[in-house]
Design a protein around this ligand. Structure first.
Ligand code: BGC
Length: 745
């Protein structure tokens, strides 16, 4: 908390700190990476990602920083104690965004913040805000959406929730970090307009709505300059234009020039290595780095320290309410499950007395969340079969035993993880012959098949056997569907995945498809709640499911190209990246902006999701037929079905697009009803302001509104528009900004 004495205390410290101490403060305490271990220290919170340098003689404590987006990542066990330190694995960010429910995400943030605080951590390295530009990006699961508006409001809700507990967040990775391959040495060429409208916009929303305590700059370069060395990004845009008041830290081992990072406004270098200290001392001594710049950055660190639990001597318990948070994780996971297909009311399951055959290794080995720094050390993960059994559903025991034996044997073959961030190879799908499937079809009422996918840091996904199903998976779906259908029985496919896979080629074979995402430690229970109808699904897609990878506008150039003979980036002994480049040719046409504008058919469009009930979009009213400041949009929704349920309502805007090229439509508002009983109605209000209409005009470096007729499209998805109304806008310059981050080619 900033108090009146904050500036005085900071000034006092600044006057007392030696140059060496200032340098120590801006360079983190290091990490135990082979070849670069820093200061020997006892870790306060084992497994935390990093800490800042303490100066005990001045009463300046060390801050503890820990990942990540789906739950706090710390070591669950410690030497010398039987006590455990597990954290709750909440659903992945993409699932949270599928709930389209900012209040719910804020509640998750509160629970998250409590774990951060009770385990003695000061800053949570989350939420992660990068845009789903391409379905193969390895960390999409950590990110919310392909749309900056949705991503921005989800991130803001998360920051508000976490920080309400008196701990900090770090929104990351700022900015244009949309792939993993060569991420530490990748030069991203991107237009000013795409940066402003797509890649920066979500961060801008979070900064303006929630003022996060910290921001993590990205690994990559943007138009030739490392994010962490870009004054245009970190001072001009972030601080001068957006009014950001907090601290910026690097991503771990990012960038090359410590003095440049300081001058750019990147206040803290994480995790910190001794050569960075030497370089900074030398730079101040030679005059290359003005000590006043260092003081500015140190002051930001000191301000952060003053608001931290460690400075306030918070007596953490190491005992957060894991039981309560598990309940919340289950409820939240169910809210973000998306029902993709449901023919002839296959779901909800008619009765809990059904006999069910569960196919697919994934049914038995459910994935709670992705790998790498976005992973969580949770005490358990409820699989699909455990969830079903917990609900009293009878599973075929022979089939279960066969799968469990297979999964056990395959797991035993997996290599040991060398580092926490290693992504182990997936367990292959088990071959199961038709005769066996036929027996199962006789013995059971229904087949469930789980398809699972995992991904993580350092690598992007592949098309073959990842985006597309493996041959064995295809055969499994075909054989189970043929055989069960011949016996008059239904087949439901469950997707336990972190991001988009191909569905168009096989979806006709399933009677129902449920996108469970990676739902955290209670995933199997949450999915069962939806399958049985205890909870009516209300999730909608925050990212498009394309028919084919080739339909993705960035498919041809993702994830960039290595420069022949280019430099290698090494951290200690590890080769991290080769010099590479990527050009965002898709510009502002990312995701549905591209598909809707070009009329490209998708498997499941952005915003899509079915329910067990039906909704009528009854009326749409605008507060005016022209916009000056705010335009209020009121939509009345009625549950016209037979079950209670919630509806996510999306507001898209189509612009005249006469002088400025515009996507066919863009998301500019959303709202979710409460649980509506059959026949019940609710009126939702969404507000538009001139910036929602504006495009970034590169020639003027300004957000401008083009005069003309705009159409508000209220949709149940981006392709299912239920109500429309026009309004008029005059020419407006909403905001003039600086000409920065200009592409070099
Ligand atoms: C990741 C960050 C993470 C950091 C600390 C980096 O490799 O990119 O997202 O917060 O490590 O674990």
């Amino acid at each position: 908390m900033r108090t009146e004495s904050t500036p005085n205390q900071i000034q006092k410290w600044l006057s007392e700190l030696s140059l060496e101490q200032k340098v120590n403060l801006v360079v983190g305490m290091g990490q135990n990476v082979p070849g670069i271990a820093d200061v020997e220290q006892e870790e306060k919170v084992p497994g935390a990602a990093g800490s800042t340098y303490p100066i005990p003689e001045l009463g300046i404590p060390s801050l503890t920083l820990a990942d990540g987006p789906a739950g706090l990542r710390i070591e669950p066990e410690r030497d010398g104690t039987d006590k455990t330190f597990y954290c709750t694995a909440f659903p992945i960010a993409t699932l949270l965004a599928s709930s389209w429910d900012t209040e719910l995400v804020e509640r998750v943030g509160e629970a998250f913040g409590k774990e951060v605080k009770e385990y003695g951590v000061d800053i949570l390295l989350s939420p992660a805000m990068n845009i789903h530009r391409n379905p193969l990006a390895g960390r999409n699961f950590e990110y919310y959406a392909e749309d900056p508006y949705l991503s921005g409001y989800m991130g803001a809700a998360m920051v508000k929730g976490v920080e309400s507990q008196g701990v900090g967040t770090s929104i990351k990775h700022f900015v244009a970090n949309n792939s993993e391959t060569n991420r530490m040495h990748l030069d991203t060429h991107v237009s000013e307009r795409a940066l402003r409208e797509i890649y920066l916009r979500g961060f801008e929303i979070v900064v303006k709505e929630a003022q996060p305590w910290t921001i993590m700059s990205a690994y990559n370069k943007i138009n030739g300059t490392y994010a962490s060395e870009s004054e245009e990004l970190l001072e001009t845009i972030l601080r001068d234009e957006w009014g950001y008041e907090g601290l910026v830290m690097t991503d771990w081992f990012a960038g090359e020039d410590p003095a440049g990072q300081m001058m750019a406004g990147n206040d803290l270098l994480m995790p910190g290595v001794p050569p960075q200290r030497q370089a900074l001392l030398a730079a101040v001594k030679s005059g290359e780095l003005d000590e006043a710049v260092l003081d500015r950055n140190v002051a930001r660190i000191l301000e952060l320290i003053l608001r931290s639990p460690v400075y306030q001597k918070y007596a953490y318990s190491d005992q957060p309410d894991l039981e309560g948070h598990a309940k919340l994780a289950r409820a939240v996971a169910a809210e973000g499950i998306v029902l993709l297909k449901n023919e002839t009311q296959t779901l909800p399951l008619a009765s809990s007395n059904l006999k069910v055959a569960t196919f697919g290794v994934g049914s038995y080995d459910f994935i709670a969340g992705g790998a790498g720094s976005g992973d969580v050390n949770n005490a358990y993960t409820v699989s699909l079969v455990e969830g079903l059994e917990n609900a009293g559903i009878t599973l075929n025991e022979d089939l279960k035993a066969k799968y469990l034996t297979f999964v056990g044997a395959e797991k035993a073959k997996l290599p040991e993880k060398r580092y926490f961030f290693d992504l182990l190879p997936p367990i292959p799908e088990m071959l199961i012959n038709r005769a066996e499937i036929a027996t199962q079809a006789q013995l059971n009422d229904l087949a469930l098949i789980t398809i699972g996918r995992n991904s993580g840091e350092f690598q992007d996904r592949q098309t073959e056997g990842d985006f597309y199903l493996t041959k064995t998976e295809q055969e499994l779906i075909t054989n189970v569907s043929d055989t069960f259908h011949k016996a008059g029985k239904k087949v439901v496919v469950l997707l336990n995945i972190g991001n988009v896979i191909e569905t168009a080629s096989w979806r006709d074979q399933a009677d129902a498809i449920v996108l469970a995402w990676q739902g955290g430690q209670e995933a199997g229970n949450a999915l069962t709640d939806v399958l049985t109808g205890k909870i009516t699904p209300s999730g909608k897609l925050p990212t498009t499911f394309v028919r084919s990878y080739d339909d993705v506008p960035s498919a041809k150039t993702f994830p960039g190209e290595e420069n022949p003979g280019g430099a290698i980036k090494q951290v200690g002994e590890m080769v991290m990246a080769r010099e590479a480049e990527i050009t965002f040719h898709d510009d502002i046409m990312v995701g549905y902006r591209h598909y809707n504008t070009k009329g490209i058919e998708t498997a499941y469009p952005f915003g899509f999701g079915l329910s067990y009930t039906t909704f009528e979009y009854e009326s749409l009213e605008l507060s005016s037929n022209q916009i000056e400041q705010t335009l209020s949009v009121r939509v009345t929704i009625k549950n016209t079905g037979e079950l209670s349920g919630k509806e996510v309502v999306q507001l898209y805007l189509s612009a005249p697009g006469l002088t400025i090229e515009k996507p066919a439509m863009e998301l500019k508002g959303f709202a979710k009803t409460r649980l509506l009983q059959p026949g019940e109605k609710q009126t939702l209000t969404m507000d538009l302001n001139p910036k929602d209409l504006a495009s970034f005009d590169t020639a003027q470096s300004a957000w401008v509104v083009e005069a003309g007729t705009y159409t508000i499209k209220i949709g149940a998805s981006s392709t299912n528009i239920r109500l429309e109304k026009n309004f008029i806008a005059a020419n407006m310059i909403v905001e003039k900004v600086n000409k920065v981050l200009v592409p070099k080619k």
